[in-house]
Design a binder for this molecule. Structure first.
Ligand code: FAD
Length: 509
């Protein structure tokens, strides 16, 4: 085979260099497979990347697009093991956080430690009358953790659940299709305690009565039992490190290369064609591109089983996010804002705030403010702070707006976010040097995720993890690895998903 032919012939092609695709590619290349990653953007990483803005000639801010916090990086924890096996752990530097978040409610505030037992203690100290209920909730959390650990240890990637699932895993079985609210309210009646425990709901994109208990608890446990971390240099430091190991093992990550279609011959994948008409061949294709687009834009939908197609195309999309990335004059101490994560809750009715947000009213509703400089000082210019303010956003509404309306709406939201931040730092307006607002439209533009969905499909009680499309698809040779597929979103979710997809592929190769 000539060099030119060799360059076009690969063992595996990964479409998209988001963390799920990169994770899958890294495990396949570790097993000796020649892996080509094709990414349409100018950088690898998908949401796990960063951008730079200058304030004058001397001041340069690096903004992390997505990462606020990631879990399970303590020794022996799941994401740490994945990164170690991938050969990436020694290439990144991480910072362990002592505080998970500070929460403010209309009539009280609480600072939550990033450790399960300390959290339980803190809640009991702040709500002594609720001690028994809190202990009961945390016992259920422990049972949940034990069962998940056992299930992962004893299950085969992509395999069915064991026949005796209900007897062996009673807690998981009970809450498999339950909401977070149902799980918590079996133990806690006090709305304040419940609100503090459920505070991380914006990180899974649905309020407690609508989000899967299973998914929330997976994420919760990753932080409170596996350690809450920030990656130095941001999410891009991780994606770049994974792309590097793929390339060092003989693979290639080509950026600015959009895949326009997946090639299929005699019902089997044979390669891909790029938007520029170039063809790359491989018997195995892994799509890290959004699942709904994989089966509508990249493949001829008529070759896919209609029942499967219906699931992939019509499951509910997750919400999007509008996030302001702000560079301000003043260190965290000088501006009086030293929280890595600070949630502001206008009331206890998360569902109503979420609905108002969906109808376009962002003046209330939970928002999270983060001082990124606390966790990632090296990306902040001296004497400055990097602040990020995020609110959930209805991606469908944003992405359907005509241009003029979009611009107007974006300007209004920018003002609103600054106003909300002024409640915390009154002189913030005078301190701002740089501000950039990413809307659902921005998220869609840079990653291709429809309507800027940040968590793939919505993680409802019936569309989380095991209910999502599995790695193997009905099209021979085509596999999936992204936030849209099993087990789900977040850095930890897609790293595990990519590893799982790789194992399934390797068993068949
Ligand atoms: C503002 C924000 C904050 C977040 N905060 C956190 C957090 O604190 N902690 C956490 O764990 N998670 C967080 N997340 C979620 C997390 O970032 C995502 O779940 C995860 O990164 C998604 O990875 P993915 O593998 O699905 O790929 P994506 O990031 O969706 O990337 C997909 C890639 O595929 C490429 N692509 C698509 N179509 C094509 C094509 N046809 N050809 C070539 N390339 C293509 C895209 O350009 C993109 O690079 C956040 C997300 C956002 C947006």
């Amino acid at each position: 085979m000539s060099d030119a032919e060799l360059q076009k012939n690969w063992d595996v092609i990964v479409i998209g260099a988001g963390l799920g695709g990169l994770s899958c590619g890294a495990f396949l290349s570790k097993a000796g497979k020649r892996v080509l990653v094709l990414e349409k953007h100018s950088k690898v990483g998908g949401y796990a990347h960063h951008f730079t803005r200058k304030a004058g000639d001397d001041v340069k801010y690096h903004f992390d697009v997505a990462l606020h916090v990631t879990g399970a990086l303590d020794e022996g924890s799941s994401s740490r093991r994945i990164l170690e096996e991938m050969g990436v752990w020694e290439r990144i530097r991480v910072k362990r956080l002592d505080v998970m978040y500070r929460s403010s409610f209309p009539d009280f505030e609480i600072t939550v430690p990033a450790d399960k037992e300390l959290f339980r203690q803190k809640l009991s100290d702040q709500f002594p009358d609720e001690r028994a209920a809190i202990d009961s909730l945390f016992s259920a959390v422990d049972a949940f953790a034990r069962e998940v650990k056992d299930l992962i240890k004893n299950s085969v990637p992509g395999g069915p659940p064991p026949d005796d699932f209900a007897e062996k895993y009673p807690t998981l079985s009970k809450y498999m299709v339950a909401s977070l609210h149902e799980f918590v309210s079996d133990h806690i009646k006090n709305e304040k305690v419940a609100a503090v425990f459920c505070q991380l709901w914006p990180y899974v994109g649905l309020p407690p009565k609508r989000v899967s208990a299973f998914l929330y608890m997976q994420m919760w446990l990753s932080f409170f039992t596996g350690g809450a971390y920030y990656i130095q240099g941001g999410g891009y430091a991780l994606s770049r490190a994974i792309a590097d190991v793929i390339e060092e093992r003989g693979g290639k990550a080509l950026t600015r290369t959009e895949v326009a279609r997946i090639l299929v011959e005699n019902g089997r994948c044979t390669g891909v064609e790029t938007a520029k008409g170039e063809k790359f061949l491989a018997p195995i294709i892994v799509s890290n591109a959004p699942a709904p687009l994989t089966f509508s834009k990249l493949l001829d939908a008529s070759m896919v089983d209609p029942v499967y197609l219906d699931q992939v195309q019509n499951m509910e999309l997750s919400v999007s996010i509008t996030q302001a990335y702000i560079g301000v004059r003043g260190t965290p101490k000088e501006i009086g804002f030293e929280d890595a994560e600070y949630f502001i809750n206008p009331d206890y009715d998360a569902e109503a705030g979420f609905d108002r947000m969906l109808s376009g009213d962002y003046s209330h509703g939970a928002c999270v403010m983060a001082n990124n400089t606390i966790v990632n000082p090296e990306d902040t210019p001296p004497g400055r702070s990097i602040i990020e303010i995020a609110i959930l956003a209805d991606g469908k509404r944003w992405c359907a707006m005509p241009k003029d309306e979009y611009r107007k709406h974006k300007a209004e939201i920018t003002e609103l976010l600054i106003d909300r931040f002024s409640e915390v730092i009154p002189d913030i307006r005078e301190r701002i040097e740089v501000i950039e607002v990413g809307t659902p439209h921005t998220m869609e533009r840079y990653t291709g995720n429809p309507c800027g969905a940040v968590y793939g499909y919505a993680s409802t009680p019936t569309s989380h993890s095991i209910f999502r499309p599995r790695p193997a698809t009905p099209v021979p040779g085509l596999y999936l690895a992204s936030a849209w597929t099993f087990p789900g979103p977040g850095f930890g979710g897609v790293l595990a998903g990519g590893a799982n997809t790789a194992q399934i592929i390797l068993r068949k190769m």
